[in-house]
Design a protein around this ligand. Structure first.
Ligand SMILES: Cc1cc2nc3c(=O)[nH]c(=O)nc-3n(C[C@H](O)[C@H](O)[C@H](O)COP(=O)(O)OP(=O)(O)OC[C@H]3O[C@@H](n4cnc5c(N)ncnc54)[C@H](O)[C@@H]3O)c2cc1C
Length: 429
């Protein structure tokens, strides 16, 4: 197993590292509100953003999640993982590098399932970073289980009519269009009932009931929309993919979204660990540096070990996506999604704690990370759902024990071994 990075790409990573720390983190400080990076109408922030995006393009690092046909470098997920660790440090960095969720996932499904007209109208401006988009799947009464969704669409003449509610649709207030999941085949099997629609935000009948803010965020940070669709009419060609293919389309975007979040969380945890280390050698108590106390050493060592384990899991998932047949990485992505929530929680909690009262304030980046902990455990499917899927996949590979005792039962195995070697042991007549 070769853990080295080729020197040319290593140089790119080093450029990125300096660029993100010196030029991109500034945007986090100047435009800190949730979703500010998606506000295409804020001329001040756009004026600062565009030159940075140009520098990224000059380096050939724009939208690196994309294949060459879509204007990306085709680096693959493993290189993307290393890039995303650096991008994960700053809230603005994904937009600066043209790889921010949910636009990445929306672009993927438009590329995979869109018609030529849909691609021209929605995909190209999205890839160019000119517009942003929203993915509206979750409903107020149901999230993790799409079989509980009720938002529906029916045909009337040359149109589909959409009726229902969606919840926690990120960035809707900045979006040019929404990708909406609705029931079109109510009598089909549960996984074949839903379809996807591309709906321009200005379509009559769309109401943003309210924009919801994360816990402890202000109204200005509220970017997750509670939406109502009151007989929203779209043309027949607004459907993305076939009728009843909504699950298939959703699955195509969720795997990528999960692993890209997981990659960026590596970067967040690295930042929290760096902060922990600096604190440990800067602060004294009981006549010693914090880092000279065994408890603190334990916190640092546990964090570094857990981060390394998690990082290797993410890199293996990325490598598997790049090198193995489609679907082979599914369980690893689920594992990484579960591990992400735990590692992020544990490392950020220790970093907050080591910073004492300061750690509990809004005056360090740890506050935003801590807020992200419960979000990442729920977004793109709660931990429990992924654990169940991991366990189910493993259980499918298992067979029942052939007899009363397990296959590994030592007395049974010993008896078999004695029979096999009875001559050598002098037990046979
Ligand atoms: C930051 C953030 C951004 C988001 N952005 C979007 C977006 O852009 N578009 C969109 O459509 N949605 C978005 N969501 C919604 C997200 O997809 C849902 O929150 C998620 O699918 C869970 O749905 P829910 O909130 O309805 O929770 P529920 O489905 O009600 O689950 C609540 C809890 O029940 C338990 N549970 C659920 N299922 C099981 C199970 N099978 N076994 C055991 N326990 C279970 C878990 O503890 C779970 O946390 C976002 C969420 C967050 C936090």
């Amino acid at each position: 197993m070769d853990f080295s990075v080729d020197p040319e790409f290593q140089a790119k990573l080093e450029w990125m590292n300096t660029f993100v720390r010196q030029e991109v983190e500034v945007l986090d400080l100047l435009f800190p509100h949730g979703g500010a990076q998606f506000d295409v109408h804020n001329e001040k922030s756009r004026a600062m953003l565009r030159p940075l995006q140009d520098k990224v393009r000059e380096q050939g690092l724009w939208a690196c999640h994309l294949t060459p046909e879509l204007g990306g470098k085709g680096y693959g997920q493993l290189k993307l993982a290393l890039m995303n660790e650096i991008i994960g440090r700053a809230s603005w960095a994904p937009v600066v590098f043209g790889c921010a969720a949910p636009d990445t996932g929306n672009a993927e499904i438009l590329a995979m399932f869109g018609t030529d007209e849909q691609k021209e109208r929605y995909l190209q401006p999205l890839l160019d970073g000119e517009i942003v988009s929203t993915y509206a799947m979750t409903e107020p009464q149901a999230g993790a289980d799409p079989k509980e969704f009720t938002c529906k669409a029916w045909r009337e003449g040359d149109e589909w009519v959409i009726e229902g509610e969606k919840w926690y649709a990120s960035n809707a207030r900045f979006a040019s269009f929404l990708i909406v999941m609705a029931i079109t085949e109510p009598d089909a099997a549960p996984h074949e009932r839903l379809s996807m629609f591309i709906v321009p935000i200005e379509t009559p009948g769309i109401e943003i009931i309210r924009n919801v803010a994360g816990m402890n965020d202000t109204e200005e940070d509220a970017i997750h929309a509670y939406l109502r669709f009151d007989q929203v009419r779209v043309p027949l060609d607004a459907m993305l993919g076939g009728s009843g293919q909504g699950f298939k389309v959703a699955q195509a975007r969720l795997g990528g979204g999960r692993i890209h979040h997981a990659m960026r969380v590596v970067g967040q945890c690295q930042r929290a660990l760096e902060m922990m280390l600096e604190r440990a050698v800067s602060r004294r108590t009981q006549g010693r540096q914090l880092g000279d106390h065994q408890f603190v050493k334990g916190m640092i060592a546990d964090s570094a070990i857990e981060l390394e384990e998690y990082r290797l899991l993410v890199l293996k998932a990325a490598w598997t996506i790049d090198t193995q047949p489609h679907g082979a990485a599914r369980m690893l992505i689920g594992m990484a999604k579960v591990a992400m929530a735990k590692v992020y929680h544990d490392i950020v909690q220790r970093a907050v704690h080591l910073h004492g009262a300061l750690g509990t304030t809004h005056e360090t980046p740890l506050a935003k990370m801590w807020m992200g902990v419960p979000m990442l455990a729920v977004a793109d499917g709660p931990t429990e759902v992924h654990k169940v899927q991991v366990a189910n996949a493993l259980l499918k590979t298992a067979a029942p024990a052939p007899g009363l005792f397990p296959t590994e039962h030592i007395p049974t195995k010993r008896t078999a071994a004695l029979h096999k070697h009875d001559a050598a042991l002098g037990l046979s007549d």
